[in-house]
Write a protein that binds this ligand. Sequence first.
Ligand code: AKG
Ligand code: FE2
Length: 329
Amino acid sequence: MSKRPRTLDAFFAPPPAKKRHIQTTTTGGDVETTERKATPGAGTKQQPLSNHPTYPFAIPHLPPDITDSLNSTPATEPQILNNQPDLDLLYYRPYIPQPTAKQFFHFLRRELPFYRVKYTINRGGALDTPVTTPRFTTVFGLDETARFDIHGQPVSGSKATHYACRPRPIPQCLDHLRALTEQTTHCKFNVALVNYYASGADSIAYHSDSEHFLGPEPAIASFTLGTSRDFLLKHVPTPVNHISETRAPMRLPLKSGEMVLMRGRTQSCWLHSVPKRKGGEAETGRMNITFRQALVRGGTENYYRYNVGEGEVYKWDEGRREMVIYRGN
Ligand SMILES: O=C(O)CCC(=O)C(=O)O
Ligand SMILES: [Fe+2]
């Protein structure tokens, strides 16, 4: 029997583009500002920005051409992948059309703050083991128990509420896609988590996002931008040991603009990973955006702890073509 990973090669022709109009400043607390930017041949232009006291720097709104193109997404109908026990995925190939996905990738990589989070784990011994997350991460949003008031402070009802982390609103450039994804999927999302895999050495190990703070059958929308990377899925071991646990993992070779909606029992019964890759295309960087719904404050605390942390801020340096420590300039 061949042990080759299974791939999906069904092809879906894009249906005619739908036009939608959506207004996004929905997370609140996003202090809107503008900045004068010189645009060659067009004089100076107001550049709208998302800002917040917790942001290390202001984040520009989406350029109008990306917004217009996103408003016509999804570019295809999804493929339904539910032919394995407990698996329930919608696979959009793609969700964002190719040229827009590329522009969006470059925009987000250039404009978002990233972190290389360090933390410790205890493996049962006397000493804690230091861990550095093997990818760049960043997170925005707030769980269902609170909202941002007009000053950008988290409040529950009408009272200020304290978090150990410093939650921050989803900037317009991600919030626009969040709102569109809610419309498409009929799911609600309040957190945007972004991973940036700078090279094939960056990865995420097998895990599930079945955290209690997402509720019993969470829906997670997961977008790929930039370089393709393999997304592997395997069933968690069970006493009955069915075939999806023992054969080679399922492999989705995720490409720029594609989106996987994981839902139903997928998180409680399956593990997923993005393994390391040697050289080639993986050297040019891949971004992953996930939208999730955190139900309780533990979700907010956990996401900021492991995706922002307390270390340095990184920002993309176009000249050096890498993430560099941001020193406020
Ligand atoms: O990069 C990906 O496609 C997966 C990311 C992921 O699983 C996560 O952030 O929990
Ligand atoms: Fe995950």
